[in-house]
Design a protein around this ligand. Structure first.
Ligand code: SF4
Length: 123
């Protein structure tokens, strides 16, 4: 790192070293703060993405777009019903609402307990 001390020509080496250390510390803190801000923005973006994905999934489920056949939905629900990861109405792994997640044909269990099925043609 190149730090110029042209503003303090009369300082001894010890004082210059102290100033350089302080400036390096400030630069490191600024970089760390920038890194933290980037991580917070990334977290927020992930949250927004999750909410949008969930909203799209619920909309599809409610409107019947890309829905699985009733027997497939029932079998998925039975698996989720007894799943140790389940948290009330939501999957404890992905945070999706189980009622809607199990209805969508192309969805899959994040733990691999059930997978995607063909869209139901006879509705
Ligand atoms: S989707 Fe999978 S992990 Fe989530 S509650 Fe259902 S069985 Fe469990």
């Amino acid at each position: 790192m190149n730090v110029k001390l042209t503003y303090f020509p009369d300082l001894n080496d010890h004082s210059k070293a102290k100033i350089i250390k302080a400036r390096i510390g400030t630069i490191r803190k600024i970089r760390a703060d920038e890194q933290i801000k980037k991580m917070e923005i990334q977290k927020l973006a992930n949250k927004i993405r999750g909410v949008l994905t969930g909203a799209i999934g619920i909309t599809k489920s409610v409107s019947g777009i890309g829905v699985a056949c009733p027997n497939e939905i029932a079998s998925r629900l039975a698996i989720c019903e007894n799943c140790e990861i389940r948290e009330g109405k939501k999957c404890g792994s992905c945070g999706c609402y189980i009622e809607h997640k199990t209805r969508l044909a192309n969805e899959e269990c994040p733990k691999g307990y059930w997978g995607p099925v063909p869209i139901c043609e006879k509705r």
